[in-house]
Design a protein around this ligand. Structure first.
Ligand code: K7E
Ligand code: CUA
Length: 618
């Protein structure tokens, strides 16, 4: 197998390649088909074809980047099954219009989701929750019982640009957070940019997750030098109890980072003993910054160590055994594998080469196991059974398959084009499935019908069940897929309706006789009932200046019988699932008559499902 090895320090060359790779060729229509034999295409078509009425074998949860959403796909069909709004209002499901979801969004109407993280038990997906990070210092929890966002934690104090989350630990004790854009802390403090190296700080955090409810709270924070913390992964099995964060900009540089932060041959992976951090916080150690306790590793040693890793590493991925920690230096031609046992030995022996703000730097040669010549621009690694690893190569526009232990690159498959993350079936758990891998590409360049300057985002399904990887399918994916996770469909057990006796909403109304209007001073409460094909009450009269809270219960107990409540001119659009109660509140500041109606087609008399809000002039 031909592979390219590149000496460290050839950053300029790589930079040129990085630029060049953004101009991938556009194949003339029809030419691509000729490239693969007709029988290959027939085999691929059969492998992705999910017959009408049949179901996919896996769910894929893909990040929606700055759309603020999570997108759900079926694998192998690559069908887009659902959109889960998280950090962004989404009229299709009424998200961000009712009181609870508005409160959760907290005034921000966008988020930048990069890394979905399914909850785990003993290092395997357990199908309970999905956690996702947002660059605005937040993490959200989606309940996989109903595929809805249930909690948004944050913005968390002192965390700025939370890119390196939401990777959970093997028993979902913690989700991870980290600063990509260091700032002076606490937030709200200003310091001149010339003082970046000393007064700006990076912070990493452990977000504690309640075992039963999934409720998140801040566990601990650690103050670090102003490196740009980029990706993360939790240790597993032998390395359980540790977390790893990559960082770039060990130079502590400012200005044109593409030049200034690429000077050194090595940056760092921060290795954190999270049980030690937990203990330190429990013992009351740490300084209060921004209203929370923050551990300063200079004062509390034994919690953080820095592992040198070349060069401007992006992804860090822990192998299923927990033995190997793979750091992908995006500006080189190799990916570096560290040996967890050697890391522990180096820590015990104080095998350090120096420190950064009091944090020991481990000796590279002592902890490194291998440099695997995967190819140019390695970003992320996923795993399969039998010790196989798959690394995405942004610059080479390919995926490399290689073997843990022998460190041999055994196969490569081109991607069209410029792959970022990749996701293999259960490929970041302790027991990867193999079978399928999805390349989440940054560019599509003529792989789909043109829709103007904003080209469709492209993902490619790859068969990894055999020795050679085979491209099966090109699929449009909603922008912008960074990371995705693929979970066996039978691990999830979504409900179809909210059972009546589980609805504990104080304003739930299950009988149309109980629907109606009550007034308390200038606060009007409307209890509304939705059932085919009437909204009760059919009209509501209030006075200009009233505050009006409308509680809507959909009393259907039938699958798929959703009703909506669209209120014209007041910017209200709520969707209520069977058995669910939602409230919205408006200030009746516009006099007149305002129709409301059911927005979800529900029966032959759906059009009749309407009413009027009458706001009487003062
Ligand atoms: Cu590589 Cu945000 Cu994980 Cu994009 S990130 S690719
Ligand atoms: Cu209810 Cu349409």
């Amino acid at each position: 197998m031909k592979s390219t090895t590149l000496a460290w320090g050839s950053a300029a060359l790589i930079a040129a390649a990085l630029v060049a790779s953004r101009c991938a060729p556009t194949a003339p229509r029809g030419a691509k088909r000729a490239a693969a034999g007709a029988s290959d295409i027939a085999v691929a078509a059969q492998k992705v074809f999910v017959a009408p009425g049949d179901l996919d074998e896996y769910y894929m949860f893909a990040s929606g980047g700055h759309s603020g959403n999570v997108y759900v796909y079926g694998i192998p069909s690559m069908r887009h099954l659902s959109t889960i709004p998280v950090f962004t209002p989404y009229p299709a499901t009424g998200y961000g219009f009712d009181d609870d979801s508005r409160k959760m969004l907290g005034g921000l109407t966008w988020g930048d989701v990069h890394h979905p993280s399914l909850s785990e038990t003993n290092g395997d997906y357990d199908g309970r929750w999905l956690f996702v990070n947002d660059m605005n210092g937040r993490i959200a929890r989606i309940d996989l019982r109903d595929f809805k966002t249930k909690q948004i934690l944050g913005p968390v104090a002192n965390i700025s640009g939370n890119h390196s989350g939401a990777f959970v630990t093997p028993n979902t004790e913690y989700a991870m957070m980290g600063t990509r854009f260091s700032i002076p802390i606490p937030k709200g403090t200003a310091a001149p940019i010339e003082k970046y190296a000393t007064e700006y700080k990076g912070v990493v955090a452990g977000i504690k997750i309640d075992k039963t409810s999934g409720e998140m709270s801040l566990g601990w924070e650690i103050m670090l030098p102003p490196f740009n913390f980029d990706l993360g992964d939790a240790g597993k099995k032998v390395s359980d109890g540790w977390m790893f964060w990559t960082s770039y900009n060990a130079e502590r540089a400012t200005g044109k980072l593409e030049v200034t932060s690429a000077q050194r041959d090595r940056d760092y992976i921060a290795a954190v003993d999270w049980r030690a951090a937990e203990k330190a916080i429990a013992e009351g150690k740490g300084d209060v910054i921004g209203g929370v306790k923050v551990i300063d590793p200079k004062k509390v040693p034994g919690i953080v160590y820095l592992m040198p890793c070349g060069k401007s590493p992006h992804g860090v991925d822990v192998a299923p055994s927990g033995k190997w920690i793979v750091g992908s230096g995006k500006l080189q031609g190799v990916t570096t594998v560290f040996n967890f046992e050697k890391i522990q030995t180096a820590i015990r022996n104080k095998d350090f080469t120096g420190d950064e703000d009091g944090i020991p730097v481990l000796k590279y040669e002592s902890i490194k196991e291998a440099e695997v010549p995967v190819g140019l621009g390695p970003l992320h690694t996923q795993f399969g059974p039998d010790d196989y690893a798959y690394t995405s190569l942004f610059v080479d526009s390919a995926i490399a398959k290689w073997k843990l232990g022998t460190w041999e690159v055994v196969d490569k498959v081109p991607m069209s084009y410029s792959i970022g993350h990749l996701a293999a079936a259960e490929g970041d758990t302790v027991s990867p499935d193999g079978k399928y891998l999805v390349g989440l590409n940054k560019l599509s360049h003529g792989r789909h019908l043109s829709v103007g300057p904003s080209q469709p985002e492209s993902s490619q399904l790859v068969d990894i069940s055999e020795e050679k990887m085979k491209l099966l399918y090109d699929a449009f994916t909603e922008p912008e897929p960074h990371y995705a996770q693929i979970v066996k469909a039978d691990k999830l057990h979504p409900i179809e309706v909210y059972a009546k006796d589980e609805n504990k909403h104080p304003l739930a109304t299950w009988d149309v006789k109980d629907a109606g209007v009550t007034r308390n001073g200038s606060h009007v409460t409307v209890k509304a009932v939705l059932v085919r094909s009437t909204i009760t009450p059919t009209s509501v009269s209030v006075n200009e200046g009233d505050t009006v809270t409308v509680a809507i219960t959909n009393i259907e107990q039938t699958t798929d019988e959703l009703h909506g409540f669209g209120l014209l001119d007041y910017n209200i659009n709520v969707v209520v699932d069977p058995g669910e109660t939602k409230t919205f509140t408006i200030k009746a500041d516009k006099p007149g008559v305002f129709p409301y109606y059911c927005t979800n087609f529900c029966s032959a008399l759906h059009q009749e499902m309407q009413g009027y809000l009458i706001v009487n002039k003062k």
